[in-house]
Design a protein around this ligand. Structure first.
Ligand code: MRU
Length: 342
């Protein structure tokens, strides 16, 4: 089964509402770019590469509704659409990467009708290339996985998160398809439980053996020798190799180092941001306190409690054994290796 979290339908975009998984499989019909921006902000569609695809289709949809007499007027209006989509989530660089690519495509056309058609084609191309990158990441990453490995993953970096085959889960799926008899330990990933809700759902659909644990159990299993490697995705990779990913990834990386467990990051080159020197420069999204004080409609902390809710953290490159991209596997020194991919 290949999950399709987003689908272009000419007059609207069909989005699988990931906030309702795993209890309900519900699709939303997104009618305009404002609705698409809301869907990204509310994490109905989430995961760095999938956010990029969603923004690209959102811009294409917004473009179809623009009425303008000149190309200049069209581009001004397209700028409004683009800014709205760019304001949804600050950390995953794929969002800005996809919008930049779309705006460049818009700038190249001449007639407005031609630009509108070109934007749809560009969004489709982004989705297609994304999927191809995932497959290649899977192939390259699977070479690092030995027969019978137990792999720990954090958050969800599967087809739901990429609108393709998955990055971290793509590597696991490729190893599974090669008959390597892998097993997965998935961290639940508080506060929004992407591991418990989404990774568990995807792996059960794929029939890949899985054990779900709470985030605080990772060290226990590593110290008992139960984990052969860790693979996670990324939301943004700085040019020195620092990786920003879902909150809790840094703790897992430090535990992996302490226990001599290889820690791999799987991400497409569209997640690499050579304009930032290190992880410290990457904006970390702060989300609403209710994500921490409530779980699925139930308040679990007293009213008035002070809450912090950073959605991501920085894993310094020294904890990372390798970064698996579609263009190759990079190891220290990351500065040279990452630059060499472009
Ligand atoms: O807040 P989310 O659910 O969008 O965060 C997702 C992650 O952190 C993923 O691990 C990352 O985007 C990689 S997805 C291939």
């Amino acid at each position: 089964m290949q999950v399709k979290p987003i689908e272009w339908r000419d007059t609207m975009i069909r989005v699988l509402d990931q906030t309702r998984l795993p209890s309900e499989v519900i699709f939303l019909d997104v009618a305009d770019y404002v609705e698409m921006a809301a869907a990204i902000r509310e994490m109905r569609i989430r995961g760095a590469p999938a956010i990029g695809v969603a923004a690209a289709y959102g811009l294409a949809l917004g473009a179809q509704a623009i009425e303008a007499r000149t190309k200049e007027e069209f581009l001004v209006k397209l700028g409004t659409v683009s800014r709205e989509l760019a304001s949804t989530r600050p950390t995953a660089v794929n969002l800005f990467w996809a919008l930049e690519r779309m705006n460049r495509a818009a700038g190249e056309g001449t007639a407005i009708s031609e630009i509108k058609a070109a934007l749809v084609e560009e969004a489709k191309r982004i989705e297609r290339e994304n999927e191809e990158a995932d497959r290649q990441i899977g192939r390259l990453g699977a070479e690092l996985i030995e027969y019978g490995f137990t792999i720990l993953t954090h958050c969800n970096a599967g087809a739901l998160a990429t609108a393709g085959y998955g990055t971290a889960l793509g590597v696991i799926k490729a190893a599974h398809e090669q008959g390597k008899q892998v097993r997965v330990i998935a961290c639940e990933t508080r506060p929004l439980l992407q591991g418990a809700r989404l990774t568990a759902w995807e792996l059960i659909e794929e029939q890949i053996p899985l054990t779900l644990i709470t985030d605080s159990m990772a060290g226990h299993f590593m110290s008992r020798g139960k984990i052969d490697c860790v693979i996670v995705g990324a939301d943004r990779i700085a040019r020195n190799g620092d990786v920003v990913n879902k909150i809790g990834t840094y703790s897992v990386a430090v535990l992996a180092r302490e226990n001599s467990v290889p820690f791999y990051v799987a991400a497409p080159t569209s997640t690499i941001d050579l304009s930032v020197k290190s992880g410290a420069e990457i904006p970390i999204e702060e989300r609403s306190p209710e994500e921490v004080t409530w779980i699925r409609g139930t308040r679990i902390a007293p009213e008035g409690v002070k809450v912090a809710n950073p959605a991501f953290d920085v894993t310094p490159h020294r904890y990372i054994s390798a970064i698996i991209t579609e263009k190759g596997v990079v190891r220290e020194p990351y500065g040279e290796g990452l630059k060499g991919l472009f």
